[in-house]
Structures are given as structure tokens and as C-alpha cells.
Design a protein around this ligand. Structure first.
Ligand code: CA
Length: 237
């Protein structure tokens, strides 16, 4: 389930947004100021943040700037919420790194449409499009992983966590991902799960890929993490 963090100091507005998002199937966390928002983000990286511009203490714009400056939160999708309708303010908000901008009052329908648009742009791996790397194919719609061997399609049996891990690797090939990054992007939390957990699931994934001779796709990069290579050897019968 996608987690949305709502940062809004007016509790009536926060509650209204939360009700609508929960109704649409999102998990909602509400924070009433920048400090609480930062604590929530430190705990669990949400899929998206609705960030009110005017907050007591540190403003939403300052918070968005801070997140953009840090590696862990750089890609965090942010929609700014504001009562200001000035064009200059909109530019400032987008300059601070917001992905979109909504002027109050907005309808629940508009809010949901904007959220879905930002999530689609930011997370192509969340879409149902099948991905293919080096002859290995993963289809999120059917939850099937296959490798073509001649005329045959060989099925790969993977567990749910290994499936998500493989999906992330296949949609971000050739890049080295640290264990902390993988926990953030695949598990959605890097505080309560030990980094060793990643090693366990990578090992299981390699074991699952071994029968179709694809375990070499996932490379260990010493001292850095893991990478999915697009260089896959031919299937040897
Ligand atoms: Ca406010």
C-alpha cells in the first residue's frame, strides 16, 4: 500500500485530506509541523508527501529544499499545498523541488489525480508494464518471471520480496544500489530492518534465478552494494 505523508498544521484540512486518501486506498501519516514531518520521513520513507507551504516554524519550502539536498530524500515526490495563488509563489515552490503544486481549496478528485500523476512520473516500476533485461522478463500484471530458452518460456519461481527486489533491479539496471537504498526503495523502511536482510533476499533471488542460468545478473559490488548487469550469458543446455 502506498504511504502518503500529509504535512499540514490545520487539523481540519489534514483530517479531510486523510479521509479522502484512505478512502482511495492510501495509507496516511499526518504531521503538523516540519519537525514531525522529518521524524516521520526518518522512520519510513513515504511514496509521496503533501506539504503545506505555511507551517509554524520551518516552512514547507525550506523542508522541501532540505529533502532535495539529501541523498535519501532527493527523489521523494512532493506536492506543495498552499493558499497562495501567486505565480511567483508557484515558481518558488517548484524551485524548492516540489513536483507539483496545488492551491487551496482543491477538490478531493483533483488532489487524487495530481497524486496519481506524480506517482506515475516518479515510479515507473510501480506501473504494470513488463520489463525485459538480458532475456529475463518480469511481468507485474501476471506476477510472472520467465526466461526464453529457444522456443520455450521457462518460469522462474520467486517469492514476493524477491519479486519486488528483482522488479526494482530490472527497472534500474547497471546502477549500484547500496543496501540502505534497496531497503528504502523495495522495503520502504531502512530503520527497522537490518541491512543484512537485503543480503538474505539477494541470495534467495540468485537461487531462484539459478535454474534459468540468470543468477549472474545480480552482481555484488564490494563495499558498495548490488547491481543488475544487462550482460547475460547464453543459456547452456
Ligand atoms: Ca498551514
Amino acid at each position: 500500500m502506498s504511504v502518503v505523508l500529509v504535512v499540514e498544521d490545520e487539523s481540519a484540512i489534514a483530517e479531510l485530506i486523510a479521509i479522502n486518501l484512505r478512502h482511495a486506498g492510501f495509507e496516511v501519516i499526518v504531521a503538523s509541523d516540519a519537525e514531525a514531518a522529518q521524524r516521520a520521513v526518518d522512520r519510513v520513507l513515504p511514496e509521496l508527501v503533501l506539504l503545506d507551504w505555511m507551517l509554524p516554524g520551518q516552512s514547507g519550502v525550506q523542508l522541501a529544499r532540505r529533502w532535495r539536498a539529501e541523498a535519501r530524500t532527493r527523489e521523494l515526490p512532493v506536492i506543495m499545498l498552499t493558499a497562495r495563488a501567486e505565480e511567483a509563489d508557484k515558481v518558488t515552490g517548484l524551485d524548492a523541488g516540489a513536483d507539483d503544486y496545488l492551491t487551496k481549496p482543491f477538490s478531493p478528485k483533483e488532489l487524487l489525480a495530481r497524486i496519481r500523476a506524480v506517482l506515475r512520473r516518479k515510479a515507473p516500476e510501480a506501473l504494470d508494464a513488463a520489463v525485459e533485461v538480458g532475456g529475463l522478463r518480469l511481468d507485474p500484471a501476471t506476477r510472472r518471471v520467465t526466461r526464453r530458452v529457444g522456443e520455450d518460456l521457462r518460469d522462474v519461481k520467486v517469492g514476493p520480496t524477491e519479486f519486488r527486489l528483482l522488479h526494482f533491479f530490472m527497472t534500474h539496471p547497471e546502477r549500484v544500489h547500496s543496501r540502505a537504498q534497496l531497503l528504502d526503495r523495495v522495503w520502504g523502511d531502512h530503520v527497522f530492518i537490518e541491512e543484512r536482510t537485503v543480503d538474505v533476499h539477494v541470495k534467495r533471488l540468485r537461487e531462484a534465478l539459478a535454474p534459468v542460468q540468470c543468477s549472474g545478473l545480480i552482481e555484488t559490488v564490494r563495499g558498495a552494494g548490488y547491481r543488475l548487469t544487462q550482460q547475460l550469458g547464453p543459456f547452456v543446455a
